[in-house]
Design a protein around this ligand. Structure first.
Ligand code: ZN
Ligand code: ZN
Length: 359
């Protein structure tokens, strides 16, 4: 089975389980997942034995060239979805409740009113299937990560204290694009000095402040994201900064070493959090330990206390990204991506972190 046949087999198994006759796919990432074609403004329709990709005149040529041969490529309305539904006696249609707007669903219902099918929310089946990566998906994520690591080596070389936070972000993004990234994985974070206490701070047009500089960014290859964070020191780091950095590093490494199949997601978070709390920073690690990464920058599974009894599965890729943030002072985060394997884990990030770099 090739990768697309495998995806269809998994989706159709879920369709059987849930009693669905078809799935209407409208989100960009799931559209890419089921058609192998990236169209931000099209939709796909999958039944138990056929699939269609509907692309308008702006995208139809690319769709014909790129979409999987398992799909029939057509212009919207040629044929009309209503005809397909009627001809095939489709009774229950799954829709992406997590990614469809209320207006989108209303309009879909209206267009199919003559066939009067039932609609079932099924966004969860995509997140569950996509959370376990196939080797080709891991390859894309690793390729994106290698580009991001190159950008780190680059910024360490070219960074000067005269640069602004926005320039640092721009250097990272320019390097990644020149080296094969489709686009930044998300809005690059580069925050220094007092702004480094904002976990998702926005780069400012101000010169780098002394203290921590936190850079959280990623590249994209074939629609797949990467995600990494490195924190460096602008100028000499004092003892308190070193202690804080070492605490985050210890928590981050301990969580990575504990990751493995069958391990509880919530336990990974607790392990890292306890280390930070015990070092005297209780309450300053203000977000969860990690998240899945794939066609979306944040996807299943999460690594946090609200995961109940959920356990990690081989093939899942999660981040380990603890941080300590002291409002008005500074903050620090270190983030790697980790693949859960059959017998443990593989850290997909290959970028120095064991020493706090002083630049
Ligand atoms: Zn990140
Ligand atoms: Zn992350």
């Amino acid at each position: 089975m090739n990768k697309m046949e495998l995806r269809y087999a998994k989706l159709r198994e879920k369709m059987d389980e849930l009693g669905l006759d078809a799935i209407y796919v409208n989100s960009a990432e799931n559209h890419l997942y089921v058609t192998d074609f990236d169209n931000p403004d099209g939709y796909a329709f999958l039944t138990k034995d056929a699939a269609w990709v509907f692309a308008d005149s702006r995208y139809i040529e690319a769709a014909k060239a790129e979409a999987t041969s398992l799909c029939t490529v057509c212009l919207p309305g040629q044929p009309a979805l209503l005809e397909i539904v009627k001809e095939r006696g489709i009774r229950v249609i799954g829709y992406e409740d997590r990614r469809m707007t209320c207006a989108g669903l209303e309009s879909l219902k209206k267009s199919l009113a003559d066939a009067n099918p039932e609609f079932a929310p099924v966004g969860g089946i995509f997140t569950a299937i996509r959370s376990v990566k196939t080797p080709d998906e891991v390859e894309n994520i690793v390729a994106a990560q290698r580009i991001a690591e190159g950008a780190f080596r680059h910024i360490v070389k070219v960074l000067t204290h005269d640069m602004t936070e926005i320039e640092v972000a721009a250097e990272l993004e320019y390097y990644m694009k020149k080296n094969g990234s489709q686009k930044p994985s998300f809005d690059t974070i580069a925050v220094s000095g007092s702004a480094s206490s904002r976990p998702h701070g926005v780069p400012r047009p101000v010169k780098l402040e002394k203290g921590f500089l936190t850079m959280d960014y990623g590249a994209m290859v074939n629609g797949y994201h990467s995600d990494m964070t490195r924190t460096v020191s602008i100028g000499k780091a004092d003892d308190e900064m070193k202690r804080l950095y070492d605490t985050v590093l210890k928590a981050q490494c301990a969580a990575i070493d504990a990751i493995g199949p069958g391990k509880k997601n919530a336990d990974m978070d607790k392990l890292a959090r306890d280390i930070i709390d015990d070092a005297g920073y209780k309450g300053y690690f203000s977000h969860s330990l990690g998240h899945g990464v794939g066609l979306e920058i944040h996807e299943d599974p999460g690594l946090h206390g609200r995961m109940g009894d959920a356990v990690l599965l081989p093939g899942q890729i999660v981040t380990s990204e603890p941080g300590i943030y002291i409002e008005g002072k500074y903050g620090c985060r270190i983030e790697d991506m980790v693949l859960v394997t059959e017998d443990g884990r593989r850290d997909l990030t290959d970028c120095p972190k064991m020493e706090l770099l002083e630049l």
